[in-house]
Each structure stands twice: as structure tokens, then as C-alpha cells.
Design a protein around this ligand. Structure first.
Ligand SMILES: [Zn+2]
Length: 296
């Protein structure tokens, strides 16, 4: 009998740390953060957790942070393994890139029966592509209104702020409000040969941790792709070779590699053939193909 298949790709959200490919240092940081706020109950000196994560698109930056938020909000977090229960309200809340309503995913676990470290937290994902003065003012208002909570701000694609000089505008809020500020950037803190304006140095210095994503090995990615094929009911022709080629042609970027599998999973005939692979165009972000592979 055929086992139940997930309804949509969205239901393939990760629920264990092991499902995150590569990114050893980033995972370590995220686990430390979860442990500090949930197990140890840290509520002050949050600046020590400010982090900027750089790495190519689709190498797992936002995914790691979304999963971390799931752990922080979980009503029944396993304090030994730091794995969320997957069943509670917080675990089932969908975490969108730029949030649903702006100030997002508040969660309140104030009863010691619900969690050994009572916690009330607010998580604000900020899409830096669209952050303007009004949106920043609203964020500041929310931070002020929730001063007693644990506040976590995620600045997605922070490098996008530089073209509008919005990076300078963040300096004062970051200094003034007790919150954990985590930023992601598709570009590392070094020249990438373009004339892109670098992030304001003062702002960069507000981030105690500077992390870089790490790509998985071809073998790790092949195993991960094989699992994804199985979960989505995709059959692969000559799997070892085909999946190996996907890993290479995607330059070991998990988010790009999975696109081929996901595309096939939507077809009537869910067979991933060599021909489909040869015709697939890997959607490298503009310009990044030239420095792909230099982030390790
Ligand atoms: Zn949970």
C-alpha cells in the first residue's frame, strides 16, 4: 500500500536539526541561542546574540532562523535535544519571510507548567527590500511597547538597505532597544568585485557574531535529495548519477537543487529523468554564479 504523501511542498518544513544541510557553525549558534533563552532563561545582555549571517541565496539562512524561532516558541521543547514538539500552536504557526502582519508570531508561555522557563517573546521578521522610514518607525514602536518581552528581530537581506541609506537608520534602534538582532545577507563582508555599496561599518559592528553559510558535500546533498524524492513520491532514473549531477550543477546549493525535484513532483508522471535534468535551467541569482563556490 502506498504511504500517505504530503499535501504540498510546504508540509516538508523541517522538524529536526539534522534536516538542515551543511551550515555547521550556523546550527551551533542557533542551538546556543535556543539553549540560552529556553533552558537557561537569559533575558539580559541580549546583544551578545546579535548575529549577521552571510552566504549565497538558498543556502539555508532563513530556514535556519525560522526553525530556531520554532524551537524558541515551542510549548513542549525537548530540553536535551532542543527539538520542538511539532504539535503545539507555535510549531504549527507558519513563519513567512516578511511576516503576515508585520509584527509577528508573538508567543506567550508564562505558566511554568507549560514550560520550565516561562517565556513571552515577539519575533519580527523584516524584509529589508521594502523597509522604509515608516516601517522602521512601526518596528521601533512595537519594540517600545513590548519592552518586557524577549524581542527578536530578523533582518532578512540586510544588504538591500544600503542603496537607500536605510542601514544608517538602524543604528539608533539597535542601540536603544534590548532585543536580539539577527541579519542575513547574500553578500559577505568583503569586496565581491561589484560596485555594491558595503554595509555601514558602524552597523556591522553591532553584530557580535559573523557567520557564513557552509554548503553540504555532494554526497550529503545526494542523500538529502533522495529523501526528498521519496517524501514527494518522485521516482529517479539512475538515481546515483542523476542526483549526483543535480548536486554538481546546482553548485551544491540545496535550495537550487531541490527545485528540480519539486518541479517533477508536480507532474502527472513523477519520474525524474536525465532529459528533464538536462533541460532544467538552474536559477542562479544575478551575478552570483561568478563567485559561487568561494564561500567556504
Ligand atoms: Zn511545539
Amino acid at each position: 500500500m502506498k504511504k500517505d504523501l504530503p499535501q504540498s511542498l510546504d508540509s516538508l518544513d523541517i522538524n529536526r536539526w539534522e534536516q538542515i544541510l551543511g551550515n555547521v557553525a550556523l546550527i551551533e549558534f542557533c542551538k546556543d541561542l535556543v539553549w540560552a533563552v529556553r533552558v537557561k532563561g537569559v533575558r539580559t545582555g541580549l546583544k551578545d546574540f546579535n548575529a549577521i549571517i552571510s552566504g549565497l541565496s538558498r543556502t539555508g539562512k532563513s530556514m535556519c532562523i525560522r526553525f530556531t524561532m520554532k524551537c524558541i516558541g515551542c510549548f513542549d521543547l525537548n530540553f536535551e535535544t532542543l527539538v520542538p514538539c511539532g504539535r503545539c500552536m507555535s510549531c504549527k504557526t507558519k513563519q513567512y519571510r516578511s511576516g503576515n502582519r508585520g509584527w509577528e508570531n508573538w508567543c506567550s508561555i508564562l505558566s511554568p507548567e507549560d514550560a520550565p522557563t516561562p517565556i513571552e517573546y515577539h519575533y519580527a521578521p523584516v524584509d529589508c527590500t521594502t523597509l522604509d522610514k515608516d516601517k522602521l518607525a512601526r518596528l521601533v514602536f512595537d519594540l517600545e511597547a513590548n519592552e518586557d518581552s524577549l524581542n527578536i528581530v530578523y533582518l532578512d537581506e540586510i544588504h538591500r538597505l544600503t542603496s537607500r541609506n536605510m542601514d544608517e537608520q538602524l543604528l539608533i534602534p539597535m542601540e536603544s532597544y534590548e532585543a536580539i538582532w539577527i541579519a542575513s545577507s547574500a553578500y559577505a563582508d568583503r569586496s565581491d568585485g561589484s560596485n555594491r555599496k558595503p554595509l555601514e561599518k558602524m552597523l556591522l559592528n553591532r553584530f557580535t557574531h559573523r557567520l557564513t553559510t557552509q554548503k553540504p558535500s555532494v554526497d550529503e546533498l545526494v542523500i538529502w535529495l533522495a529523501e526528498r524524492c521519496e517524501r514527494l513520491g518522485v521516482t529517479v532514473e539512475d538515481p546515483r548519477t542523476t542526483l549526483g549531477l543535480i548536486a554538481q550543477r546546482s553548485d551544491r546549493i540545496p535550495g537550487l537543487a531541490q527545485q528540480v525535484v519539486d518541479k517533477v513532483s508536480k507532474k502527472r508522471d513523477k519520474t525524474l529523468t536525465r532529459k528533464i535534468l538536462d533541460q532544467h535551467v538552474f536559477d542562479f541569482d544575478d551575478g552570483q554564479i561568478f563567485n559561487a563556490g568561494t564561500d567556504e
